[in-house]
Write a protein that binds this ligand. Structure first.
Ligand code: NAD
Ligand code: TYD
Length: 351
């Protein structure tokens, strides 16, 4: 069936993978990619589909109500897959308002515009909101986040995502706006901005720079290869039940130190350096404020109801990821020039 779909944040890390998957897999759909091209958005991430006949890029800000309303009025989207967000916890600690504005108000603008064009007649329409496991807060040593775990966000980032999830569900309840929400664990893979742990550390190892480990390094995350997240979004968009939430995760928990150790070993081998060279760069630094101790997702519902399962092991995914960054030095150099230098100085060189 032909559909006009708006994907927001499609020049960012996960969005770029989702846009490319949809443009290539569904030639019958018209895919629009709306992105403000903030520091995290980069047209190079989606270069290979830029001229596809079923694709259009729109530069614009979800915070801009008038712009969003006129865009929806003109294009009358059947579906929205909403990924645009401020996404980095450390930035949310230094500038929470940017997160409230984009993640909460921006999401509300999209919901209102979607409602307005369909006049509450939503047959065959869908608003897909992409969210994070961080809305559930922090786990102790045991247990997993399920879809019914109460929300308990602890950083300005996760609180803004939680607020946006609540708005989506409230529109579903109040106006019968058809939605699905997925809450995913930490992603890694190609095109991730090198402020997040894995690409930052790959970049630093390559350049013999220190590896800033926050606190004791025993914080735990559940890592998922980004292409598996994009495939889960495709599956949920097409086969998920309206009004439901799906947790997405790899059953793949790593403490930061164990992950960094594995990364260092891989990089030594790939860069032909003696074993143990990269690990010498590990430097313990001041902890992140309010640092969540552990995240871990129970993705049983998605597996049992829609048959989704990750396609690669962590070792395979990380190996592909390291290769990608080593083969795409020009991409890394482009995104780490200019404003990135200021950010790095402020975050890591002033304390
Ligand atoms: P990202 O920071 O790499 O990309 C975000 C994109 O949104 C960028 O292209 C940016 O230009 C765009 N954007 C930001 N503000 C905008 C605005 N006001 N208007 C329009 N576009 C704007 O983020 P990501 O890691 O790709 O995350 C995408 C989504 O997935 C986010 O909603 C995030 O909360 C969620 N998520 C991320 C992870 C993860 O591990 N990265 C895990 C689970 C969920
Ligand atoms: P990050 O990639 O920022 O994702 P999130 O905070 O959303 O989980 O961080 C992953 C983990 O790595 C987290 O426990 C914080 C830690 N970390 C460091 O130790 N040093 C760093 O420089 C960064 C960016 C993260």
């Amino acid at each position: 069936m032909s559909k006009k779909i708006l994907i927001t944040g499609g020049a960012g890390f996960i969005g770029a993978h989702v846009v490319k998957l949809f443009v290539k897999k569904y030639p019958q759909y018209e895919i629009h990619n709306l992105d403000a091209l903030t520091y995290a958005g980069n047209l190079e991430n989606i270069e290979d589909i830029a001229h596809a006949s079923n694709y259009k890029f729109i530069k614009g800000d979800i915070k801009d109500i008038d712009f969003i309303n006129s865009l929806f009025d003109k294009e009358r989207y059947d579906g929205v897959i909403h990924l645009a967000a401020e996404s980095h916890v450390d930035r949310s600690i230094s500038n929470p308002n940017a997160f409230i504005e984009t993640n909460v108000l921006g999401t509300a603008n999209l919901l209102n515009a979607f409602r307005d064009i369909h006049q509450d007649n939503f047959k065959d329409k869908l608003f897909y909101h992409v969210s994070t496991d961080e809305v559930y807060g922090s786990l102790g040593e045991t247990g997993l986040f399920t879809e019914t775990t109460p929300y308990d966000p602890k950083s300005p980032y996760s609180a803004s995502k939680a607020a946006s999830d609540h708005m989506v569900r409230a529109y579903g309840n109040t106006y019968d706006l058809p939605f699905v929400i997925s809450n995913c664990s930490n992603n890694y893979g190609s095109y991730q901005f090198p402020e997040k742990l894995i690409p930052l550390f790959i970049h630093n190892i390559k350049n013999n720079k220190s590896l800033p480990v926050y606190g004791d390094g025993k914080y735990t995350r559940d890592w998922l290869f980004v292409e598996d997240h994009a495939k889960a979004i495709d599956l949920i968009f097409h086969q998920g039940n309206v009004g439901e939430t799906y947790n997405i995760g790899g059953f793949n928990e790593w403490t930061n130190l164990n992950l960094i150790q594995l990364l260092c070993e891989m990089m030594d081998e790939k860069l032909d350096r003696p074993k143990g060279t990269s690990a010498k760069l590990i430097t313990f630094v001041k902890d992140r404020a309010g640092h969540d101790r552990r995240y871990a997702i129970d993705a049983t519902k998605l597996n049992k109801t829609l048959g989704w399962t990750p396609s690669v092991t962590f070792e395979q995914g990380l190996d592909k990821t390291v290769d990608w960054y080593l083969e795409n030095q020009a991409w890394l150099e482009n995104v780490t020039s200019g404003a990135y230098q200021e950010y790095y100085k402020k975050m890591y060189e002033t304390s």
